[in-house]
Design a binder for this molecule. Sequence first.
Ligand code: UDP
Length: 423
Amino acid sequence: MHFHSFFIVYLLLQISRFGSLQQHKQGCSSTINSDCNQVESESNNHLQHEKQKYLNPAWQPFLDSISRAEQEYDAVSSKSCYRDLTTDCTLCHDNVIINDLAPFQDAGGISKAMMEAASQIKRITKYQIINHKLYRSENCMFPFRCKGIEYFLKSLLSELPDTEFYLNCRDWPMASRYLSKEPIPVFSFSKTSEYWDIMYPAWTFWEGGPALDIFPTGLGRWDKYITSLTTQANKYPWSKKLDKGFFRGSRTSAERDPLILLSRQNPDIIDAQFTKNQAWRSDKDTLGAQPADEVTLEHHCRYKYLFNYRGVAASFRLKHLFLCGSLVIHVGDEWKEFFYPGLKPWYHYIPLSASATQQQILQTLEFVWENKDTAGKIADRGFNFISEHLKFKDIGCYWRKLLVAYTELLKYPITRDYTLFEI
Ligand code: UDP
């Protein structure tokens, strides 16, 4: 063996699991510097190639999970997840409607008594559709959220049957399976398996999302984000993205703490900081640091690795992160929005446990640094899934399919409730 090659092999064998971390720390990834990133990316490609020949055994379980997910996805999901050419709607989320409505189907339908139980939920909003007109109870706890929902309902009125439903526009789901043995029909944007709630597409696909300083009118307009984030994905393709983890968000859940603390120790490899939210009073609420400035979702696209954590419920950010063409590291698997079940862990994103420690987060980052081609492939698949199966049109499709299937379960005739007013 050539001395040069021998030396490289020797060096590679000496790289401990933390080798890549040290390399990152001493390297030039601490600032947004595209020259530096380019040089780093070329030398990383070379190293990557060499390392793959002498695979670090620590990565075998990760690689096994990825190949298993590939086999499973190709065998099962790809057969039910495609676009129906007649309706131009994706079929990828249909199982979510079937699953959410299954308890009501099993109970023989939705009775008046079940609806009565839903009506007792505090600050719930009632909707009716009668003769293709939309009616709502006077009170909506968050008017912008109701507007974000009504945008879709109004656009579908000509296709919808007479119906009525109770809608929760708080973050938290309302119908606990522990508190009620009988299913309660209430629509919520996000839930865990502990709730009967029926998931609907969140208001934030149109308007009513959190009003951050950078989005004074609230996070929304998925149609516009599809364009602006895809543009950023093209501007910062995988090879040009900074080789660094990134997260910005408020402390809506303490599950986010290990990531922020890890970043404070290793700012060169991961930039994760807490921003203010409405509840912020002092820097105690941001774990002892001044709140960071908010960062646009488009800016996130400059980074290769983007973290998603639950907030109070699911975080609205997830869909946006995929459209950056970055690798999504999705933490926790309890909280869902309607489109989450179509995404497969290890195939569209890298999953991490909600209780992941700093060490485990670091290990995941090391894995993706040392397996960049694989990471890039997963990032591409995540991007493709969201671009192809969460088109703006698909939000309307989901609402229509949901309301049609739900209405078929109502066991009583719908009559106009005159306490509601027309929207
Ligand atoms: N967000 C953002 N830039 C920031 C902070 C937050 O774009 O600097 C977005 C974030 O991606 C999410 C929303 O604002 O979609 C609310 O973020 P937060 O962390 O406050 O709450 P979450 O809903 O994630 O629990």
